[in-house]
Design a protein around this ligand. Structure first.
Ligand code: SAH
Ligand code: SF4
Length: 431
């Protein structure tokens, strides 16, 4: 989502004579787009600001420095107090005002500037206000935000506080953006949302559309592939599961975070489903689309997580046989109910559990990739690979695929034979 927001910020600034440069010391404006989800991600911003301060001391450009994203939203003025080189702080809900904000921090003398913190939660639709064309950045695989924010309030998570309440963009806005992306060369569209499958809204015909209906309608456009991330198990409808069978362009890949395999922990997390509810979704989706690659997110060391709870997490990994998954140590976030719970788990226990979990997931990913050796697959070539005459792309199952070939093939879907599997990628020859 931050990647998408960063693209949009670059697009808004383009008509104001900004273009991107390769090094921070060449920039007139530096925006750090930040993530608040875990403490480590949030703290990164301060080490990055320290680095920028050193660069600025040797640079007479005096670039404007802005902190955007959820750390901006959560910490506001505190960021300027801790790091006075920052001129502007804003959150994910106000970045459409970027040109006006930049203007308002200018003074007649140019430097020093006025400081501005803009973390109000506006009651207007950001997307309605977003200027700039989606045609400035060419991307074969393009991101499109359809849903933002979250009302689910999992006890560990800051998203409902930083990204605000759940909103779904109207289908007309989404379709218009999809067409712009396609005209700009997109072959794949990745629909984005904090809980993307909670999308629900007005359709082009003014009737209420479900997320599955939105995908079906978008699939009628001149696009080769459609994906969506991230889904919540509670919003996984039968219609959406069936879409993986019915809609050819919808790729056989499902990112469905479970977080834990323990019913007790899931309850404490306020996730709203059990181990067996989750398994039913996976089994049902596989009935419709047996080859679907399932991916997920896990948190280890949630307050009160016992060894038995952790064993249940390992059990769900073995049952689902994830093709891929992200896993994190629980990170206590200020203002969340879990941060006030008792029985926080010691750091070394979290580290040990994370290692065991990641080793198991790695084993599954390796096995999944290995099962493709000798098979023929379709690959969307999306960029040059490392080295001369090398290409890089994605399989339908979102595996990274590398092969020899000519860069004129970028943007094409080609048939290839898998010759080798690695831990996180496949090697192919073009057929
Ligand atoms: N809405 C999605 C996930 C969005 S947040 C869902 O509910 O499934 C992305 C991931 O960050 C989560 O799936 C979770 O695994 C991780 N995460 C969120 N808060 C965290 C925390 N406090 N500590 C560690 N990981 C966290
Ligand atoms: Fe955070 Fe996802 Fe839970 Fe929403 S559903 S609170 S984004 S983990």
């Amino acid at each position: 989502m931050n990647e998408y927001d960063s693209e949009r910020m670059a697009e808004i600034l383009e008509p104001h004579n900004y273009s991107s440069v390769n090094e921070p010391d060449q920039a007139d404006l530096i925006i750090l787009n930040t993530c608040h989800i875990r403490e480590k991600a949030a703290e990164k911003i301060y080490s990055e600001l320290g680095r920028l301060k050193k660069i600025n001391n040797k640079n007479d450009k005096n670039p404007k420095i802005a902190v955007a994203g959820c750390v901006g939203q959560a910490e506001g003025q505190e960021i300027i107090n801790r790091s006075p080189i920052v001129d502007l702080v804003f959150g994910p809900l106000t970045y459409h005002q970027l040109p006006e904000m930049l203007e308002s921090i200018e003074t007649d003398k140019g430097f020093p500037r006025k400081k501005l913190v803009n973390i109000e939660i506006p009651d207007i639709d950001k997307f309605d206000q977003l200027k700039g064309s989606r045609k400035s950045l060419r991307s074969i695989s393009s991101l499109l935000s359809v849903q933002e924010g979250c009302d689910k309030f999992c006890s560990f998570c800051v998203v409902p506080y930083t990204r605000g309440v759940e909103i779904s963009r109207p289908a007309s806005q989404i379709t218009k953006e999809a067409i712009e992306l396609i005209e700009n060369g997109a072959k794949e569209i990745i629909l984005l949302g904090q809980n993307v499958n909670a999308w629900f809204g007005k359709g082009l015909d003014e009737s209420d559309w479900t997320f599955a209906r939105l995908i079906r309608e978008l699939s009628k456009l001149e696009i080769e592939r459609i994906r969506y991330i991230t889904s919540h198990p509670r919003d996984m409808t039968d219609e959406l599961m069936r879409s993986h069978k019915d809609i050819e362009k919808l790729q056989p890949y499902l990112h469905l975070p479970v977080q834990s395999g323990s019913d007790k922990v899931l309850k404490e997390m306020n996730r709203g489903y059990t181990f067996s509810d989750y398994m039913k979704i996976i089994d049902k989706t596989r009935e419709y689309r047996p080859d679907i690659a399932v991916s997920g997110d896990f948190i280890v060391g949630f307050p009160g997580e016992t060894d038995k709870d952790f064993q249940d997490t390992l059990k769900i990994v073995k049952e689902v046989k994830y093709a891929h998954a992200y896993s994190f140590k629980y990170s206590s976030r200020p203002g969340t109910p879990a941060s006030l719970m008792e029985n926080h788990i010691e750091e070394h226990v979290k580290t040990e559990r994370l290692k065991i979990l990641q080793d198991l997931i790695k084993e599954h990913t390796r096995g999944f990739n290995k099962s493709f050796v000798g098979k023929e697959i379709d690959v969307l070539i999306d960029k040059p690979g490392n080295g001369e005459n090398r290409l890089s792309g994605r399989s339908a199952y979102l595996q990274s695929v590398h092969m020899d070939g000519n860069t004129s093939m970028i943007g094409e879907i080609i048939r290839a034979k898998v010759t080798k599997s690695r831990d996180n990628s496949l090697e192919c020859v073009i057929l």
